[in-house]
Design a protein around this ligand. Sequence first.
Ligand SMILES: *Cc1c(COP(=O)(O)O)cnc(C)c1O
Length: 462
Amino acid sequence: MRNRDSYAEPYRIKVIEPIRQKDRKTRELLIEQAHYNVFNLRAEDVYIDLLTDSGTSAMSANQWSGMMIGDESYAGCANFYNLQDALLEIIGYRYVVPTHQGRAAENILMTMFVSESQDVLGNMHFDTTEGHIKLRKANPVNLVIDEGMDPDIDHPFKGNINLERLEEELKKSDPSTIPLIIITTTSNTNGGQPVSMNNMRSASELAKKYNRPIFIDAARFAENCYFIKQRDERYKNKSIREIAREFFSYADGCTMSSKKDALVNIGGFLAFKDKEEWYERAVQIQICYEGFRTYGGLAGRDLEALARGLYEGTEEDYLEDRIGQVHYLGSNLIEAGVPIMKPIGGHGVFVDGQRFLPHIERANLPGQSLAIELYKEAGIRCIELGTCAFGYKDPKTGEEIYPPQELVRLAIPRRAYTDRHMDVIVNAFKAINERKENIKGLKMVYQAEIMRHFTARFEMIK
Ligand SMILES: *Cc1c(COP(=O)(O)O)cnc(C)c1O
């Protein structure tokens, strides 16, 4: 990776959005009123918002000007054809089904392929993907390599699927039990970790051998391709788009949340490499849930911003800066002694909340406590991905079941913050580190039955 001191953000700022840091007393009051749940905060009370990298990108002058030529015709708008051209050029797929966001594309895909009690295999399914599989009473099966689950192992492609286990599953079942394989790029759930070209190719060969469709969840495909360029010698002289075309050639189609690597605030799509009959089936479902084939739940202007965003999101200097900024934050946190998941991923830094606050018992929510302290310390908002998000009460015993890790995710919005903001984050961690013995943890005093972290309420342990 090029030394970040030798270059700066590859853009200058034309339009700004003011953000303000409220004073500490006010922040303490606001977070108490929010019942110590960052989802209850108003965005205007947040100084640096690291809740998600989804839909939070800054669009370029080129994208905004594209919005002015949105063609709002019901059928056949010009922007749809621009999107079609962009996808053919960047990933080599012929058929595109626009949707209002990524999960809507998943809905169409699952409706087409998945039914009750089947197993959908993947490296690591994203949570909305899991949701759609379970809605159809089918089972999401995660087959990521063992290294992918160990936060300390420095493996270059921790998003890889375990090929032996994949073949085992395919071998022991007939096509009626496994309708689909999905490779998620990058793998968000274990820290934004990439999938290698070799792994994708081999997974594709197995899919062919056993005659099953294989799809890519492409939300962060450009970041994945950048990691391939960096970490696989054979690709260092290839362009991101050359890498992307090869990578996508190994799948039959993809779903995409364009709120990530396509640098727009809303939108998604389902795309197919060449199977026209699949495309026609998808359009039937699209028309019922999303809209006519050439707009699918989006305005013409949204389609234009998306088409342009796909080109910008696969430019080398943009990706170098993007991944470089996340790396800058991560390596400065390591230097400050903050325990994070390694290697540093593509879209954010994942902090081990339990190791940062070792004196707080799991039951007193070290991850959530760290998230709350970051808000109190500097007005930073991030998300706990530990006990609150993935733990649950055993329905029989009422006992709390803990997930393997107690992570706090600092997701970095694309092109939105500068390295100065990253410095403030690192300094906040240093300040909390100094006074961490006084942090006593939280207890959950209200939880809903599903997705409890969105609406849970907490109290401070005094
Ligand atoms: C965000 C995301 C989705 C869902 O997309 P939405 O646009 O939020 O509906 C699916 N898969 C992955 C990997 C994602 O990051």
